[in-house]
Each structure stands twice: as structure tokens, then as C-alpha cells.
Design a protein around this ligand. Structure first.
Ligand code: HEM
Length: 419
């Protein structure tokens, strides 16, 4: 048994933990699977780490997403640190509400954010990945987070929402400020969220007068039993699509590429497969990367509205519950060889996109971006390698997301005529 597993109680939420939380999660799964802890913000919360308990908790209607159900003051006073929490009208979004409001809003957005819309977006994602790689391919080195994983999802969502090209760099800068907040730098996030809010409201106003084919126009058009989204609801929806859809996808590309670079035999299998133009292994690879080191470490906040029992532990009314997706997805009771990256894994019902009524609405888009991004990197930069000591890589310190701050790589420069 590894030394770390034998220790009485691993320390959580330190920088060492952020670099590799998995030994600590293995300890919790075994010794304290439903564990009450004090978070770095001072808030007390329950961590749920076993797969079966995690699935049950994610689908339990007694666990509300509405922060008003927190018995403590932290959420009410905005101390928890969710970007935008002070912009109250932006916070009435899918991840903060329960049925019946959630059911109504989710149905409306599903009418606009359809699998067909995502499928039609494929050529655009291909074009974006190519353009971004073009910008650094001749150099022989890059920071894959800043130059590839970050811009790809933000431009993709902007395009999908219908943000005009000339405004997309502003959105990119404001989104960057929100990410830096998750990296521990608070300055500027309030201003960035305010700017995004003002921008989205104004864009929705403009689109209302001139509807197009984009997702925002789709949100304005969508109606359910004659009901439409209000402008504030549409802005909150656009905000959550932007917010939930970009840091997560950055981390899928970042953590995913990092895992491939650290597992050369698996990477070689995938590389040969994509070079042959196959897609089957690419599809299971993205699922496995979501399980092995997924972008969302903890599912978002839930609050007990009634006394309930999870994994044999009683949870009092008003207590926050955090489901640790990263721990559940390495539970040996569900995944054989839980710490092994197996890109061809068949039986893989991971919780990387959540479970239950809040299951990720952007999963088809995330899969598309993840598959195109990895395929493009492996085919265009075939000898891609890590250009840093893994010990020196820095991970972002936020509670919910798991991702690298930078990912330096090197490769043989692509010659101009190859492009
Ligand atoms: C690899 C990328 C992604 C991952 C790993 C991911 C993961 C998740 C997870 C775990 C949840 C559930 C959270 C919970 O129950 O607490 C969720 C919900 C959500 N995701 Fe994603 N997501 C990704 C990409 C996207 C994209 C691209 C979009 C949209 C453009 C998106 C939009 C949303 C929305 C709106 C919700 C809330 C759904 C609801 O409450 O009904 N996500 N996502």
C-alpha cells in the first residue's frame, strides 16, 4: 500500500493536494467516504467520494441547488467565491435553481441548444483548431493552455452564441479575468462579470430586433406553452453557457493532453489511430480522459432541504454537500484499474459531466471540441512533448475546477508549406 494511504488523515486543499489529489481521495473513499470538512473559505461542507454515493447524491431531489437553503451565512453574503455571485440577476441560472423553475428553463434552452446545432458546428471547430495551431506551429514551442486550450472554447462559444467577431476578443479578456480569479487572484473578477453582463444584455437587446441563426436568437425565440425567457433570464442563460462551457473545456484539453504526454504507450496508440483517420478510439479516449483527470473536480454546491442519509451518514438540513467527481471516478468498486489510463476502456459510466437533472447540457459540444483538439495536436505536432518538469507545473487553486495554469510543450516546428 503506498505510504500516503497509510497516513491517518491527508491534508486537503493544499498546493501539494492540488498537484495530485488522488491519494487523498483514495484515503477518504476508504476511511471517511462522507466526510465533513472546513473548506479554505471557512465554510463547512460534506465531501462525498464513493461512486455509488455520488450518483445517489447527484440525483437526490432533497439536495437543492438554491444557495438560499444554506443554513450558514456564507452563500447569502457572497463569501463562497463563485464569479458573478454579486450580480444577482446573472445568478438565477440552471446550476442555482431547482424544479419547477429548472425544468422550465432547461426545456427552453434545450430547444435552442440542440444536438443538430452542435453537429453543424463541426467545421467551425476544425477551422478554429487549425487557426490556433497555425499561430505557433512554426515556433517549435508553445504554452498549450494560453495559446490553444484557452482560446478554443471561448471563441467556439462566442461563435455559437452569436457574438460578432469584432467583440470576441473583449469576451476573451473578460473570461480570462474570471479564470485568474479561480487561480487565486481576486482582482478584476467583479469588473469582468459586470462587463460581461452589460455586454450580454445589450447583445440580447440588439438580437431581439434582428434575430439570426445563432444560439442567443434561438434562446429569444424558444417558447414553452407560450412562455419566453425574459431578457435577464436569457442573459443569465448566455452567461452560464459561457462560464460553464469554457473553463471546463480548457481543462479537458489541458489535463487530457498532459495525461497523454505522461502515458506514452497510450498516447502512441491514439496517435496511430487518429493518423489512420479513425474516430472510435478518439471517442473512448475523451471519455477516459474525463474519468481519469476530469475538468470538474467537485460538482457544484448542493444544500440539504430535509434530513437525509448518504452512505450511512446523516446530513442535517441546511448543510452544503459537495460531490467529489474526481474521487468517484476513481472508485475501484466501479472502475477496474482505477488509476490506470486506458483509452480503450469500454465500461466507463464516469460522472465527469455529472448525473441527474443537472447533467451537463454542453456535453456534446465539449466532446466535439475535445476530440477535434486532441486529434489536431497529435496529427499536426506528432512529436509533441512536455517542456517542463511535471513537479514544477502549477495547478489552479479553485475548489470546483481542476486544471493546469500552463502547459509548456515543444515539438519539431512545422514548415510553412505543411500549412
Ligand atoms: C469538458 C467540458 C465540460 C465538463 C467536464 C462539464 C461538466 C459539467 C458538470 C459536471 C455539470 C453538472 C454540475 C453539477 O451537477 O453540479 C455540468 C453542467 C452544466 N454544463 Fe457542463 N461541462 C463541460 C462543458 C460544457 C459546455 C461546453 C457547456 C455549454 C456551452 C456546458 C454547460 C453546462 C450547463 C449550462 C450546465 C448546467 C446544467 C443544469 O444545471 O441543468 N458545459 N457540466
Amino acid at each position: 500500500m503506498p505510504e500516503t494511504y497509510r497516513n491517518p488523515q491527508p491534508e486537503l486543499f493544499t498546493w501539494e493536494f492540488a498537484a495530485d489529489p488522488y491519494p487523498a481521495y483514495a484515503w477518504l473513499r476508504e476511511h471517511a467516504p462522507v466526510h465533513r470538512t472546513t473548506l479554505p473559505s471557512g465554510v463547512e461542507a460534506w465531501l462525498v467520494t464513493r461512486y455509488a454515493d455520488a450518483r445517489q447524491a447527484l440525483a437526490d431531489g432533497r439536495l437543492s441547488k438554491n444557495p438560499a437553503h444554506h443554513s450558514g451565512q456564507a452563500h447569502k453574503t457572497g463569501r463562497v467565491g463563485i464569479p458573478g455571485e454579486r450580480q444577482a440577476d446573472l445568478m438565477t441560472h440552471l446550476l442555482n435553481i431547482d424544479p419547477p423553475d429548472h425544468t422550465r428553463l432547461r426545456r427552453l434552452v434545450s430547444k435552442a441548444f440542440t444536438p443538430r446545432r452542435v453537429a453543424e458546428f463541426e467545421p467551425r471547430v476544425q477551422q478554429l483548431t487549425d487557426r490556433l495551431i497555425d499561430d505557433f506551429a512554426a515556433r517549435g514551442s508553445a504554452d498549450l493552455i494560453h495559446e490553444f486550450a484557452f482560446p478554443l472554447p471561448i471563441y467556439a462559444i462566442c461563435d455559437l452564441l452569436g457574438v460578432p467577431p469584432e467583440d470576441q476578443d473583449d469576451l476573451r479578456d473578460w473570461a480570462g479575468a474570471m479564470i485568474r480569479h479561480h487561480g487565486g487572484q481576486r482582482g478584476g473578477v467583479g469588473r469582468a462579470v459586470k462587463k460581461i453582463r452589460t455586454y450580454l444584455l445589450e447583445l440580447i437587446h440588439r438580437k431581439r430586433a434582428d434575430l439570426g441563426d445563432d444560439l442567443i436568437s434561438g434562446l429569444i425565440r424558444a417558447s414553452d406553452h407560450g412562455e419566453h425567457l425574459t431578457e435577464n433570464e436569457a442573459a443569465a442563460m448566455a452567461f452560464i453557457l459561457l462560464f460553464a462551457g469554457f473553463e471546463t473545456t480548457i481543462n479537458l484539453i489541458g489535463n487530457g493532453t498532459y495525461a497523454l504526454l505522461r502515458n506514452p504507450a497510450q498516447r502512441a496508440l491514439l496517435q496511430e489511430s487518429v493518423q489512420r483517420g479513425e474516430t472510435a478510439l478518439l471517442a473512448t479516449a475523451v471519455e477516459e480522459l474525463l474519468r481519469y483527470d476530469g475538468p470538474v473536480e467537485l460538482a457544484t454546491w448542493r444544500f440539504a432541504t430535509e434530513p437525509l442519509t448518504v452512505g450511512g451518514v446523516d446530513i442535517p438540513v441546511g448543510d452544503p454537500v459537495l460531490v467529489v467527481l474526481a474521487a468517484a471516478d476513481r472508485d475501484p468498486a466501479r472502475f477496474a484499474g482505477e488509476n490506470t489510463l486506458d483509452l480503450a476502456r469500454k465500461d466507463n459510466p464516469h460522472l465527469g459531466f455529472g448525473h441527474g437533472i443537472h447533467y451537463c447540457i454542453g456535453a456534446p459540444l465539449a466532446r466535439l471540441e475535445g476530440q477535434f483538439a486532441l486529434a489536431a495536436l497529435l496529427t499536426r505536432l506528432p512529436d509533441l512533448q512536455l517542456a517542463a518538469d511535471p513537479e514544477e507545473l502549477r495547478w489552479r487553486g479553485g475548489l470546483i475546477m481542476r486544471g493546469l495554469r500552463e502547459l509548456p510543450v515543444s515539438f519539431t516546428p512545422e514548415s510553412a508549406d505543411a500549412r
